[in-house]
Design a protein around this ligand. Sequence first.
Ligand code: HEC
Ligand code: HEC
Ligand code: HEC
Ligand code: HEC
Ligand code: HEC
Length: 276
Amino acid sequence: MRILSIQSKRCSSAQFLVFRAAISLSCLLLAIGLMLSSDASAEAKPNTCVECHGNSKFLVQNKKIFDYFQEWKASVHSGDITCDDCHGGDPSIADKEKSHFPGVAATDEASGVHFKNVVDTCGGCHEEILNGFKKSEHFQQVVAEKQEDQGPTCVTCHGSIDVKVLDITSVADACLHCHNEESDNYPENPEIARETLSGIHSINRFYRYIIRRIEPSERDAFFKEVDGKLHHLAITWHTFDLDEIEAEVSDLLNQLTKKREEVRAQSKKIKEEASN
Ligand code: HEC
Ligand code: HEC
Ligand code: HEC
Ligand code: HEC
Ligand code: HEC
């Protein structure tokens, strides 16, 4: 049952937002299966990491530990995705030392959050993104024997416990840390990233405009294609192949701009007909 309960965590509730993560499809199907089977919901098992770390006594005894728990509570991962999913350890044992075995801290090589393991840990659920990331120069840097230029892991850009998505203002900062005049490592990348993300935000806006106004008979086919492309873009993004990313963004922008004009003209026509 353990495997199933882990698997079910890996699936997002179908959230309706563009550029949503490429969460593993097999997972999603599994979760739907679980939801349909009647006894699935009864499976909430106690989790000793969460129970112990959530104890309010730490507010006084160990403020740092308390704060980490609060960060997790507030994160998109809270609830279903628990400490052990990222850190490792055994969430069925109440004793601290045994539960932490063989290592849960970022400095422990056995832990899922150790620098060398964290990409696979995050990628265990964000599988397609991981596959994209493995094609990047960043990944080459992460796995390099000698860490001359450190490459970013998932955590460098998204944060760790309180994972964040980046926006137009924060994205350049996330790159600037390593890509700047001083490091002389592609200093133009932060600005390119900002512009690209800005294009993606326009895509989001047009998407929301169109979906509210498109003819119902057209809707499914249109968004099936667009969603497929967006899904692909989330993966391509993590290859950090800037030319390819720009090509996909501009293709989507063109398609959505055109559709938006069509839909706008259509609703104008309907309004005019109604007022005549
Ligand atoms: C160099 C920075 C960087 C690295 C490294 C990186 N990402 Fe991202 N990631 C981004 C940016 C920028 C976006 C697009 C904006 C956003 O949604 O945060 C993004 C998007 C995402 C999303 C989609 C968020 C949504 O809107 O649904 C997920 C999930 C994600 N990344 C997970 C990962 C994982 C897992 C790894 C490691 C295998 C990783 N990222 C590595 C920068 C990075
Ligand atoms: C019975 C209480 C208890 C349980 C169960 C427990 N922890 Fe802890 N954990 C602590 C305390 C207390 C600390 C503070 C450091 C210490 O006392 O070792 C801590 C520290 C940590 C740290 C920081 C380690 C470091 O060296 O900085 C991590 C990460 C962690 N726990 C994760 C987990 C995970 C994951 C689980 C479940 C597999 C878990 N804990 C289960 C009480 C617990
Ligand atoms: C989505 C993955 C994820 C989840 C879920 C998560 N953490 Fe973490 N946590 C991390 C990562 C990654 C780091 C290392 C940060 C870094 O590399 O700077 C970390 C760091 C920590 C630290 C600082 C000590 C250390 O290991 O370096 C503590 C303590 C901690 N987490 C406790 C917890 C507890 C307790 C929970 C559950 C209530 C939890 N985390 C849930 C990913 C996670
Ligand atoms: C056990 C599975 C699991 C693990 C491990 C995991 N994630 Fe997630 N992650 C999810 C799910 C499920 C969601 C919610 C997806 C959704 O609602 O679209 C999510 C959402 C996200 C998002 C999007 C947040 C948002 O607001 O849209 C980012 C970014 C992300 N994860 C990054 C990471 C990073 C970085 C790590 C590793 C430190 C990680 N994840 C580890 C399952 C996981
Ligand atoms: C922790 C440091 C670090 C961070 C943060 C980082 N990079 Fe990189 N990046 C590197 C290193 C190191 C290389 C490899 C450079 C080389 O090959 O000499 C690289 C290479 C690249 C390349 C391939 C080289 C090229 O321009 O063709 C791209 C593209 C890139 N990064 C984009 C980004 C973007 C976009 C961000 C922010 C979202 C980012 N990077 C954040 C360290 C980082």
